[in-house]
Design a binder for this molecule. Sequence first.
Ligand SMILES: *[C@@H]1O[C@H](CO)[C@@H](O)[C@H](O)[C@H]1NC(C)=O
Ligand SMILES: *[C@@H]1O[C@H](CO)[C@@H](O)[C@H](O)[C@H]1NC(C)=O
Ligand SMILES: *[C@@H]1O[C@H](CO)[C@@H](O)[C@H](O)[C@H]1NC(C)=O
Ligand SMILES: *[C@@H]1O[C@H](CO)[C@@H](O)[C@H](O)[C@H]1NC(C)=O
Ligand SMILES: *[C@@H]1O[C@H](CO)[C@@H](O)[C@H](O)[C@H]1NC(C)=O
Ligand SMILES: *[C@@H]1O[C@H](CO)[C@@H](O)[C@H](O)[C@H]1NC(C)=O
Length: 745
Amino acid sequence: MVNFTRLLSFVAFVVASARADLAIYTDSAIATGWDNWSWNSEINFTATDVAQGTSSISITSQAWSAASFKSPAAFTTEYAGLKFDYPVKTPDISISFADSTGDASTPGIPLSQFPKTPGPVGWNTVLVDFAATPPNGVPLPEGHWDRINFQAAANGATYHLDNISLVSEIVVTPKFLSAEPLGDRLVAVTTEGPVDFSKLSATLNGKAVSFTARHTEVPADSPKKSITYFTLGASLSQGTLVIKAGDASFSYALPAALRTTIGTTAKVINPLVYGVNWPPSASYIKNIGVTASRWGGNAVSTYNPQGDFTNAGSDWFFQNRGHENADEWVGWVKGAGSATMLTIPGLDWVSKDSTSYSFSRTEYPNQQTWDPYNADSGNGRLANGTFVTPPPDPKRAYTPWTPAQAKTWLAGMKNKPTILFVDNEIEIASETHHDVHPELMGYDEELKRVLDFSKVAKEAQPNVQIAAPSTCSWWFYWTSVIGYTDNAAHGGQDFVPWFLDKMRAAEKTAGKRLLDWLDLHYYYQPDTSADDAPARAKRLRMTRSLWDPTYVDESWIGENPPQSQQPDATKVQLIPRIKALIEKHYPGTKYMISEWAAHGTDVIAGLVTVDSLGIFGKFGLDAATYWVHPPEGSAVATAYWLFRGYGTYFGTQSLPVTVTNGSPDLLGVYAAKGTGTGNSLVVVNKDPSKPLALNVSGLASGNYFIRHFGGGAGVAKWQTRAKLNSTSYIVVPAYTALFLLKIQE
Ligand SMILES: *[C@@H]1O[C@H](CO)[C@@H](O)[C@H](O)[C@H]1NC(C)=O
Ligand SMILES: *[C@@H]1O[C@H](CO)[C@@H](O)[C@H](O)[C@H]1NC(C)=O
Ligand SMILES: *[C@@H]1O[C@H](CO)[C@@H](O)[C@H](O)[C@H]1NC(C)=O
Ligand SMILES: *[C@@H]1O[C@H](CO)[C@@H](O)[C@H](O)[C@H]1NC(C)=O
Ligand SMILES: *[C@@H]1O[C@H](CO)[C@@H](O)[C@H](O)[C@H]1NC(C)=O
Ligand SMILES: *[C@@H]1O[C@H](CO)[C@@H](O)[C@H](O)[C@H]1NC(C)=O
């Protein structure tokens, strides 16, 4: 039944000026003036196999290829959005806008992230609002956009499109999206369009509570969608809270407060734990508060500073390409206020130009896959996945590299990095850089390479710190690609403790440290690909592997531990375990995780990141850099902002926190003392549907700056202020991370 009251009270909110919509494709042809700029794709503008009306466009794109339509002029400032239809099964494609006069492009947004409405039977209609794009409702970046790309992912895509048009206006129906309790007497209301706030009311345990004040405070680069904070006439408390907002009603069961105690024994948090790999810009570093930036990953193992070339290795057909200059990179990253971490190539070859590749069809006709953009360039493997033989001549794509050359390069740098790494995941070079290092790397070779390059690095840059061996995973912490015969040949010792012993001995000989940082990559191992409720809960639990001596890893590590001499090998308890190994084998060495990630990009990934950053600080990790940098506005980057955005920081000294009856599967609470500012607190509610509440003994009475993201409010940089004290009943909504900082008065 149609709700007439609702239709009558409907107020249209029109964005952008009135002009006609512009058809790009309707029936059988692309509109006059528009060009087909597709690549590696079969496009039929008169397909009738799947069509409504006369015909549709059928598209079959190879991996990473696109159906691409070019407009005669830039359109993004003239139109409010893009509209099109596609059959209901959503293909794996991303939509981006590009500038045909340069190489600028917006990030590709997966089609699955756009809201869709049912069109004719069997079809969906998608409206891309240029003022609010997924996932977080931010406007399209500024640009001369005159090209629309529908780009396939790794597996290619076959699908149809119909009725593509630019729309002149988008009508936003005023709507209350969420209204959530927050802190001890706030309600955070997210809305779309000009809602009538007088239609807001609340009851707590059946009794009306008034709204006494309202205010909005949002940082500059937050989305167009807005949030408004209302202060309630009474504090929140255990029971049932019902908020009515227009036609919508939101109901919450507020639980008993978890009694939380902040202790006094402070431990310094190493500021370098808030790092990322490859920050995209200086403003990125400043906005989300990046403290450490790493130039790392597979390609830079073959970086040639003479000409700035790298080779993609097994990540992309062992092809060379041009690369940013390392010296300049250190310069601008340092200028933005971040520590810099640079990788020294540690194999015998570096890339010789920006075009060569190792496995040509002429030389190796039988290869498993070929570059979709270069039919002569293969992945170096036979159909069954083993590498072709004999290995290629390294001179095809590379030029020799020695410690002496590294020394010349490092000595000549105008901008000196804070930390130098000897290579990256060098233990698996026989896979990633098979074309130049087909032999399996064992303990001895790895040690020799670290020593050879760290010696020259310290000669060239006496103040630099050295990090190694940047091992790729838990498995190779304990053995090499040769396997256990290699352990056996080294007194049965696991790799990491053996390596630390050797580097300690090397310090004696050299008269100085040749290793300042033990760097080990860590990716959470549980399989969470099902993305159902149990898999999501597992993602939020798996952070326990960083610290918890009782947590059995929910992966192959927990079931089938590798042959290692380590005690309790099914319980990772990573940070305490590695710190204990360092204490035993080479005390004074710092511990870094220069690659880690949170599984995915959704709000859960943001919450996992908040929890991980909290744990890094609390358990005394010395540095960490996320792989690879999370885009600004994403859930993961918003987690960094929560701790560090715009110069407002979580404290510098971790304080112990006890939560009576708090389970680490359902919440994380981190506290820290600041310098100059008051104590700060970060809370993560891992429950998908229930708010949590806590009271915090030791929380100084006064005004607090509050940041949060997640829950009904969605992922955005939301912030406000409120008065709190140690008796306050503090509510954290479901799937939300909250930051509190006492403001100095
Ligand atoms: C559009 O361009 C692609 C790529 O060049 C080409 O394969 C396809 O045949 C073109 N389709 C039409 C209908 O022009
Ligand atoms: C395009 O599709 C129509 C209808 O299915 C078909 O008749 C025509 O041959 C197709 N064109 C090409 C170039 O495949
Ligand atoms: C596309 O537009 C035509 C003409 O308005 C209409 O007949 C057809 O149903 C539309 N197709 C889809 C898939 O919406
Ligand atoms: C905190 O909450 C618990 C109940 O959950 C309560 O017993 C206790 O009195 C509260 N403490 C403060 C200081 O409000
Ligand atoms: C892969 O195929 C090659 C060539 O047929 C063969 O020599 C090799 O033994 C195979 N490797 C495996 C692991 O099956
Ligand atoms: C603490 O805050 C509560 C409201 O949350 C208020 O009723 C109480 O008076 C405050 N106590 C102090 C000591 O400020």
